[in-house]
Design a binder for this molecule. Structure first.
Ligand SMILES: [Mn+2]
Length: 285
């Protein structure tokens, strides 16, 4: 089994305990992962869904076992609860099987950049509509996930690779994109005010690597629709990867690409152009 090496890995929005969770892909990722730090950036176990309907799959236990195994092997594991596992926030400061629970964290990159890490639900617009709008949104999301699951089952039978439908869907819907842009802006503004080089979060199920006026907005995505992780290599470069049959890079931010020196900019120009082609699925920065 080929291993995947990085300095740090960030995953969130796994939603264990719901049938939408792509646990098999996540299990594959965790089994290959060789890193120093693993951040679980919230909504890992969907306690909210479990309170309504008890559903579990052996793969979901295997995911938790794999996380504990990584901690046992010396990986520094930090679990930052989100809004779907908010009950765990009461356990902040404790550690279980080597997994440290915290409300948020500050991650120092290999290049010295400092990031605040949090789930990101604190950046939800305060008065986002009424309850019925939230309910409608959730119902539509569940329907999209159900559609995604059906399509995935058919494609799997045809031996086609996993197709992240909603990356494609969401990028076509202007309103959703406007929401995502506004959210990213709020996150980046808070990071700037806090004196950080960037913010790492999840929550909105839309992985993205963006520089907003010099501050990095790094969203690690989810394992419900997209199977994405944010990884930091040993130089401090941050990359969003899509994990399925074939790990695919979606976007990258290294010190050189974000703050180019004139010489480096010249040398990296062809590379940057290629990267831009790769990130075409993503909205333009
Ligand atoms: Mn969330």
């Amino acid at each position: 089994m080929a291993t995947y090496h990085c300095r740090s890995a960030f995953i969130s929005d796994v939603h264990l305990g719901t049938p939408d969770c792509k646990a098999a892909y996540l299990l594959d990722f965790l089994r290959r992962l060789r890193c120093e730090r693993l951040y679980l950036v919230g909504d890992i176990v969907d306690l909210e869904a479990l309170a309504q309907r008890q559903w579990w799959h052996p793969d979901h236990s295997a995911v938790l076992a794999e996380v504990l195994d990584l901690a046992r092997r010396g990986v520094e594991v930090t679990y930052i609860p989100g809004n779907h596992d908010a009950a765990l926030r009461g356990l902040a400061g404790q550690a279980f099987g080597g997994v440290r629970i915290a409300l948020d964290a500050v991650h120092e990159g290999a290049d010295g950049r400092r990031y605040r890490v949090s789930h990101g639900d604190e950046f939800d617009p305060e008065h986002t509509g009424r309850r019925w709008m939230l309910w409608l949104g959730e119902a539509m999301h569940r329907f999209a996930c159900w559609g995604n699951r059906r399509v995935h089952a058919v494609r799997q039978r045809m031996e086609l690779p996993y197709l992240p439908l909603s990356i494609i869907m969401k990028s076509r819907i202007g309103k959703a994109m406007a929401y995502i842009h506004a959210y990213a802006q709020r996150v980046a503004d808070a990071a700037r005010e806090g004196g950080y080089d960037g913010h790492i979060c999840g929550h909105i199920h839309y992985g993205q690597v963006r520089s907003l006026d010099g501050v990095l907005y790094l969203n690690d995505g989810d394992w419900v629709e997209h199977c994405t992780a944010l990884v930091e290599d040993h130089t401090g470069a941050m990359e969003l990867i899509h994990w399925s049959e074939q790990p695919t890079p979606l976007g990258r931010a290294s010190r050189e690409l974000v703050l180019p020196s004139p010489a480096a900019a010249l040398a990296l120009a062809p590379l940057a152009r290629r990267r831009r082609d790769l990130s075409e699925l993503r909205p333009a920065a």
